[in-house]
Design a protein around this ligand. Sequence first.
Ligand SMILES: C[S@@+](CC[C@H](N)C(=O)[O-])C[C@H]1O[C@@H](n2cnc3c(N)ncnc32)[C@H](O)[C@@H]1O
Ligand code: SF4
Ligand code: SF4
Length: 344
Amino acid sequence: MMEQFYFIITERCNLTCSHCIRDSSPNRNETAEASMIKKALTQIASSHPDSLVLMSGGEPTLHRHFRELLDFGLHLGLTMTINTNGVTSFFKDSTLKELSQHPRLSVQVSLDGDEAMHDSIRGPNSYRKAVRTLKRLVDNGVRCSVSTTVVDVDFMTRADTFISSLDNIGLAHIAIKRATYAGRAASGIDVNGKKWNEHVYRLRALPTKTLLKIAPMYDFDRLDSLSDDALNSLALPPSATNCGAGTAKVYVYTNGDVCPCTCFKDKPMGNLYLSDLDTILTKPPSVQVKHPACNACRYFRLCRGGCLGSGYQTTGTIGMPDPRCPKVAIVDRELETIAYFQRF
Ligand SMILES: C[S@@+](CC[C@H](N)C(=O)[O-])C[C@H]1O[C@@H](n2cnc3c(N)ncnc32)[C@H](O)[C@@H]1O
Ligand code: SF4
Ligand code: SF4
């Protein structure tokens, strides 16, 4: 069942964040036609009425018809979220009042750390402006959350003060995740898996009023302690396997391409100018994972190679697993060493 539809309604952005998965910037001009988006929204309302529609980009609020598209989806009864950097002129007082009339609408603002860290990634004054937008939205009764993309392990050591500074705003949640190796973050990031997990358990124990969404990654110390029976009894929903790309969520791009995720932008499942959404969704992608670490892995049934998008982006080969998995990284290093000595 499709749970989430991301609409990349424009690749254009007013910011040029150093980690941007979509390589968005003021120099990008690709923009979706409003008629194509409206047709897709109508199909979603009829075939997937319980799904979540996320208006994203680039910076979606820069789309010339953004408000019209948002109102169109909301009037169809869809549950919608705006993914925004919170640094545009869209959020006027009158607009905030109107947005608060829609109980099915929420706004997700990106904050990538405290002011110094956020501004070093997103540009000067962007933190101050985004937090101001966030507070104005909440004050007007709009349901809001924060999404944090971590690019530097230093974030985790400073995360407590970052989280506590947001705790009184009245957010629905703060979601913190490691950056995906794609776009301007394709060369990887400085967040070691073991260190990440240590901080995750520490942060989860903080006595916050706001719900914190943060998950351990490849925590083999804990997984190895599970018995085979316990492991076999675990059944994950499609959204938890390979993050649900193509099976529980899809991305609609400005040119009408429907893709499993941003990392597979060049491997569309179909195009909305050539076919209708429901027909495209009948053919979910099936990727065979071909990596010695995964082929021998006790957790393959549950994990299936993790983020295959990161694997594709870093190697250029479909079927390569998540390079952030320590087992994959160890085997890759061994294979590189063997290849090195085979040259002599
Ligand atoms: C691409 S942005 C588009 C919406 C809006 N411009 C914003 O920044 O929120 C959507 C989300 O993707 C996150 N993001 C950007 N680069 C990423 C990466 N390399 N890995 C994972 N998430 C990333 C952003 O932090 C943001 O929360
Ligand atoms: S992460 Fe969002 S705000 Fe930053 S460049 Fe990408 S699209 Fe723009
Ligand atoms: S990515 Fe591969 S090796 Fe790592 S946990 Fe998942 S299946 Fe196992």
